[in-house]
Design a protein around this ligand. Structure first.
Ligand code: ADP
Ligand code: MG
Length: 602
């Protein structure tokens, strides 16, 4: 028999780009966001060929925000694909945000050819080192053959333990070079993250501390949302009749309209609770560090978290429950199944919380009912809330827009709210909305994404409207426009100022162009734009756009440039919008900027 019949089939060759795409697919990566260019275009093409969705964005930062939101919403990291040097540097904001939010993310950065390193190659930059500060794991595969090994490790690291960002560096010469497929060490999909449970004696102790609480409170954070702990946490809330407070992105784990939700009495609940159970929420600035005067000096904290290093940060907890939130909540439920217990309804604590909720809600309602024009924030949010579909994703960013919107716009489902998060980052809205719309398209094509943006926040990633229109995503952008950052000035004052002064020396730094027609950014790309100034126009445009299930739209909502939050017992944080603004005003009174401030006050 001729020897040829026994010969091995000719070894198949594959490019480095294909190896990367196959490795990502093997790890169940479904979405890739990025901006192509030298040397990564082939990677995007190879990914698309294998069925990974590639979404071309307009700025790497927004691409990275979108990829990180995919990680939070699906539990599987999205990929952000960027070019070398500046491309990667633009993505660092997104990486930092993902890491600080504890969201999984994979960034793949092209880099210069290895044989040009240290020679001043095109866009050469120490990328692996640069990413270390912003990630859990940052590496370059030693060869094309080991790419699958590094990608599996990056994906596994991004979802195991406390989730976070991982970086994989791909030198240009890896991308197009062909190698024998048999030389590649392909890896199977990593196992799902192992479920860890808390020590039984700690669970017993926690149950006993809860049973003895006089003024208990559960705080539900975005870690609980990420952990899919909604069913168990709601059971615990109801079985034990406990008041709960969601953090900004913890909203919806248990619906906002649940009778045990005390969101409208937030400050009081925090200040007077004697036992607080934290489900996946850190005692950072968002929760005022867990310290007096915002908390009772002797409050007992029970911390539930997957990250041991988090336990004991800023306070000495009464009990620590290290483990997966869903599993630990199940452990707690078992305790309360064995020896049932319920916090009584007729207590001074429930009464105090309910009274405060009623009075706060009454103030908000009164502000919302104000008929004067331009509208205030409360009027705007009241009308939006009235028409929002219950299952919509709400993405929100801005200063007052986000803070006030959080109190009025309700969430009924977990992982349906995305905002500036732990990093307090601006510019995330459009990237997050794009990610949410893609997830919605796959799960429930009728689901809408409502993206509520301050006019300043919108500006950071405004060109992503083109991306939204290109992919025809069902996103409704609402730009709450007060002509500025925190506060702005009206057109007449602006024009008056320009008559006598140069804007660069006199325009208050918080101001943006009054009456900007942001809706035209949407119409420029074929979407629908609305410019609204009255509640009637707002209602009408919302009705129209919600009836239209496919077309992206932008409603530019003009509000009173000086509109603010209702008075707070204590400001949300030491650098909240209003306190910053007041500081700036006080400073203005004693400086040569007084004229500027006077103009503002007209
Ligand atoms: P929030 O902003 O809502 O207050 P944080 O981001 O501060 O929430 O806290 C989320 C916490 O949840 C982090 O400390 C993180 O380690 C933790 N976490 C994330 N996933 C899980 C999980 N599956 N089980 C337990 N804890 C988790
Ligand atoms: Mg504004």
């Amino acid at each position: 028999m001729p020897r040829d019949n026994f010969a091995e089939p000719r070894e198949q060759e594959v490019s480095g780009a294909t190896v990367i795409a196959r490795a990502l697919l093997a790890q169940d990566v479904k979405y890739m966001f990025g901006i192509v260019g030298i040397p990564v275009t082939e990677i995007a093409l190879a990914a698309q060929e294998l069925g990974i969705r590639y979404i071309g964005m307009r700025n790497e930062q927004a691409a990275c925000y979108a990829a990180s939101a995919i990680g939070y919403l699906t539990g599987r990291p999205g990929v952000c694909l960027v070019v070398s040097g500046p491309g990667l540097i633009h993505a660092l904001g997104g990486m930092a945000n993902a890491n600080i939010n504890c969201w999984p993310l994979i960034v793949i950065g092209g880099s210069c050819e290895r044989n040009q390193e240290a020679m001043g190659a095109f866009q050469e930059f120490p990328q692996v080192e640069a990413c270390r500060l912003y990630s859990k794991f940052s590496a370059r595969p030693a060869s094309i053959e080991t790419i699958p090994f590094v990608i599996e490790k990056a994906v596994r690291n991004s979802i195991y333990g406390r989730p976070g960002a991982c970086y994989v560096d791909i030198p240009a010469d890896f991308v197009t070079r062909q190698v024998d497929v048999s030389s590649i060490k392909f890896k199977e999909c990593c196992l799902p993250p192992p479920i860890s449970m808390a020590d039984t004696s700690a669970v017993n102790m926690a149950a006993s501390v809860i049973r003895n609480a006089k003024q208990p409170l559960l705080i539900i954070g975005k870690g609980a949302a990420y952990a899919h702990a909604e069913e168990n946490i709601q059971k615990l809330v109801e079985q034990c009749n406990l008041p709960f407070l969601p953090t900004p992105m913890g909203k919806g784990v248990v619906p906002d309209n649940h009778p045990n939700c005390v969101g409208a009495a937030r400050s009081r609940a925090l200040k007077y609770a004697d036992v607080i159970v934290l489900f996946g929420a850190r005692l950072n600035w968002i929760l005022h560090f867990g310290l007096p005067p915002r908390y009772h000096p002797h409050v007992k904290f029970i911390q539930v978290d997957i990250c041991a290093e988090e336990l004991g940060n800023n306070v000495r907890p009464a009990v620590t429950l290290l483990g997966n939130i869903n599993a630990v909540t199940q452990q707690l439920l078992e305790q309360f199944d064995k020896t049932p217990w319920q916090y009584p309804t007729e207590t001074r604590w429930w009464k105090a919380l309910k009274e405060k909720m009623e009075s706060n809600e009454a103030i908000s309602k009164e502000l919302a009912s104000k008929k004067s024009l331009p509208m205030n924030y409360y009027t705007v949010f009241y009308h939006i809330q009235e028409q929002l579909p219950r299952d919509c994703f709400i993405v929100s960013e801005g200063a007052n827009t986000m803070d006030i919107g959080r109190t009025v716009l309700q969430n009924y489902f977990p992982r349906h709210r995305l905002d500036a998060g732990t990093f307090g980052i601006m510019g995330v809205g459009l990237g997050f909305a794009i990610a949410a719309a893609l997830v919605a398209k796959d799960r429930n094509p009728k689901q809408r994404v409502i993206c509520v943006e301050g006019d300043s926040a919108f500006g950071f990633s405004g060109m992503e409207v083109e991306t939204i229109c290109r992919y025809n995503l069902p996103i409704i952008l609402l730009v709450v426009n007060n002509n500025g950052i925190y506060q702005g000035i009206n057109t007449d004052t602006w024009k008056e100022m320009l008559k006598f002064h140069d804007a660069t020396t006199r325009a208050p730094p918080v101001c943006l162009l009054p009456n900007a027609h942001y809706e035209q950014v949407m119409t420029a790309f074929g979407g629908k734009g609305y410019f609204v100034q009255t509640p009637e126009d707002l209602q009408k445009s919302l009705r129209q756009t919600l009836a239209n299930t496919t077309e992206p739209s932008l409603i530019n909502i003009m509000i009173e440039p000086q509109s603010t939050r209702k008075a707070q017992a204590t400001s949300f944080c030491s650098c909240s919008a209003s306190s910053l603004y007041n500081r700036w005003r006080r400073w203005g009174q004693t400086s040569r900027l007084r004229i500027q401030v006077d103009l503002l006050q007209q």
